[in-house]
Design a protein around this ligand. Structure first.
Ligand SMILES: [Zn+2]
Length: 273
């Protein structure tokens, strides 16, 4: 899900894109309805997990998965495990304030990174010269060498790279993988991000870090679904569906929620009401 999940209860924290889901027992309700174990986690965390398990981050000691999409997130992988912090909030890169006088963010702060570099915000910046365009068309314009689209993405990637440079000072990663819709712009987003990272991280923290686009399957990491006997990934770049040791994967996921919301479960049982 595109929001932080409470590590203790397994429920979505308030302030996420899915505001109406906050406090609801989504995993428990779905599990009852499907008759299968259901685990819920933040999309960037699952991106990091997918990269470490199935993607380009195997063997990384410290992996940062930077998710650039409608939301901006960060998954932190340390020694093959997702680091969530004390309460599950770790990695809220999108809500680092970069402009005190910037637009109001859904988290209540002003000028968060996400409010500046969300792919929808970048797309909307094309409106003046080109009228309304879809995100897909915006990214294609950049790939087709539209100078305006490339500048919009380049400036955003520079902002992200500055913060990822800071993260290199904090975490000293060996791998930084970029995922999400914006990563489809390839080097148009990666090169300015790398330049900015090099500019702002200290030399020892940046010298051995590999920065590249993540495996495409992990772009949809939120839909990586753990089951008893297999993990099915929605992407096709890795292999579409991969069998592996489920017990090994299950230890990565959060425990089922401790509490229940009867109203939400009733709604799941009677979706028409
Ligand atoms: Zn915010």
């Amino acid at each position: 899900v595109p929001g932080p999940v409470d590590k203790r209860t397994g429920m979505l924290h308030a302030g996420s894109i899915l505001a109406s889901w906050a406090g609801a027992d989504v995993a428990g309700g779905l599990s009852k309805r499907l008759g299968l174990p259901v685990f819920m986690d933040n999309d960037a965390n699952l991106g990091a997990l997918a990269e470490m398990t199935l993607g380009l981050g195997g063997g990384a000691e410290v992996l940062l998965y930077v998710l650039l999409s409608v939301g901006v997130g960060l998954g932190i992988g340390i020694d093959g495990q997702v680091f969530r912090g004390a309460g599950g909030i770790a990695g809220e890169l999108g809500h680092v304030v970069i402009d005190d006088m910037g637009p109001l963010c859904r988290c209540g702060n002003r000028g968060c990174l996400e409010s500046k570099v969300s792919v929808n915000t970048l797309r909307d910046a094309m409106r003046d010269g080109h009228g309304p365009v879809s995100v897909k068309d915006f990214l294609q314009m950049a790939l087709d060498r539209n100078i305006g689209a490339q500048r919009i993405i380049g400036a955003a990637a520079g902002q992200v790279g500055r913060l990822v440079g800071d993260l290199c000072n904090y975490f000293n990663p060996d791998v930084v993988l970029v995922g999400g819709e914006l990563s489809a712009a390839g080097d148009i987003v990666l090169n300015p991000l790398r330049d900015s990272l090099r500019r702002y991280a200290i030399a020892r923290a940046r010298e051995n870090v590999r920065v590249q686009r993540g495996a495409r399957a992990a772009d949809r990491a939120g839909s990586a679904v753990g089951r008893e006997d297999r993990i099915a990934s929605s992407g096709s770049a890795i292999s579409g569906r991969v069998s592996c040791d489920s017990r090994g994967l299950r230890r990565h996921f959060l425990p089922p929620p401790a509490t229940r919301l009867p109203g939400f479960e009733r709604a799941l049982r009677s979706p028409s009401t």
